[in-house]
Design a protein. Sequence first.
Length: 83
Amino acid sequence: MSNLDSKAKLRWACRRGMLELDVLFMPFVEDAYDSLSDNEKAIFQRLLTGEDPELFAWFMGHEECKDEELNSMVKLILNRVKV
């Protein structure tokens, strides 16, 4: 697994510069992350390497992520957190 193999490191990576992203990522990590497959966990961790403005645009529906795996994860998070 990546360098985000501990829950504490993962929580830290979820702390973003934008409140809008924090309120999506933190509840998702607490409530849903553990139930993800190993592949889905890897995709989520890859999502966290994105830049905040790009992530914000994807989650707010201003742009669609061109990466199919990341786009699926964005949709999963939005459905689980029910923004």
